[in-house]
Design a binder for this molecule. Structure first.
Ligand SMILES: [Mg+2]
Length: 229
C-alpha cells in the first residue's frame, strides 16, 4: 500500500505554479510597449494593466479552444490591457494587432528547475504523466516551446475539456487520458481551491506543492519540490 501511494501509476500535474512560473511581466511590457508602439509607461502602470489583463484572461480563458477562438481571446485580452493602461493619444491610436503582440511578448513562462528532472525520473519509473490545467488551447505550444511536452503523456486544458478545475469532471477526463482509475493516480498542484479540492472531489489523492514553504490544509500531503514525488 505504502509503495503504491509513493509511486502511483499516473501523476496528474497542474501547470502554472507547479511546472512553470510566469516571468515578471511588467518590465517586459514596459519594453514591448516602448519598442513596438512608442508608448511610454512606468513599471507600476504596466503592473496594474497586466493585472487587469490577467483577471480578464482568467475569467475568459476557456473561450480559447481552437485557433480561431484563441485569436479572438487574444484580441479581447489586448483590449482589456488597453483599457487598463493610462490613456494617451499614442495608446488610443495604437494598432490592436501590435498591442496584442506586445502583450504576448510580455507573457513568458519558465519551467521550475525541478520540473524536467522530476518528469524524467517519473518516466523512468514508468509513471504516466498528464497535465491538467485551467488554460486555453495554446498551452500545448507553450509546453512544446519549453521542452516539457515530450516528457508528458497527455495535456488536458479546461478550454478543450469544456470544464475547469476544481470540477471533478476535468479530473475524470484526465484519468481517462492516463488510462488509470482514481485510486491509481495522484494530482499535484499549487492551489488548494483548484487542485487539492478538485482532485479530492474526483477521488484522487491530492498533493499540494508549496514552493514557499507555506503549510497546507490539515490532512493534505505537502511537498516543497516536485523531486519529492
Ligand atoms: Mg497552479
Amino acid at each position: 500500500m505504502t509503495c503504491s501511494f509513493r509511486h502511483p501509476a499516473a501523476i496528474l500535474l497542474d501547470c502554472l505554479g507547479t511546472l512553470v512560473a510566469l516571468d515578471p511581466p511588467a518590465p517586459l511590457l514596459v519594453m514591448a510597449l516602448r519598442e513596438r508602439l512608442r508608448i511610454a509607461v512606468t513599471e507600476s502602470q504596466a503592473e496594474r494593466a497586466i493585472a487587469a489583463e490577467i483577471a480578464y484572461y482568467r475569467a475568459h480563458l476557456d473561450d480559447g479552444r481552437d485557433a480561431q477562438t484563441l485569436a479572438e481571446l487574444h484580441r479581447k485580452c489586448a483590449e482589456a490591457l488597453r483599457s487598463a493602461l493610462p490613456p494617451s493619444a499614442e495608446l488610443s491610436g495604437a494598432d490592436g494587432v501590435k498591442l496584442e503582440h506586445a502583450l504576448l511578448a510580455s507573457l513568458r513562462f519558465t519551467p521550475y528547475p525541478d520540473a524536467v528532472p522530476a518528469l524524467e525520473r517519473a518516466r523512468e519509473r514508468g509513471q504516466t504523466l498528464v497535465v491538467v490545467s485551467n488554460w486555453d488551447v495554446s498551452l500545448h505550444d507553450v509546453l512544446q516551446r519549453l521542452g516539457l511536452r515530450p516528457l508528458l503523456d497527455g495535456v488536458l486544458t479546461s478550454a478543450e475539456a469544456g470544464v475547469r478545475k476544481p470540477s471533478a469532471r476535468i479530473f475524470e477526463r484526465a484519468l481517462a487520458m492516463a488510462g488509470v482509475g482514481a485510486g491509481e493516480a495522484i494530482h499535484i498542484g499549487d492551489s488548494v481551491e483548484e487542485d487539492v479540492a478538485g482532485a479530492r472531489a474526483a477521488g484522487i489523492e491530492p498533493v499540494l506543492i508549496s514552493r514557499d514553504g507555506k503549510p497546507g490544509p490539515q490532512g493534505t500531503r505537502v511537498v516543497a519540490s516536485l523531486l519529492e514525488l
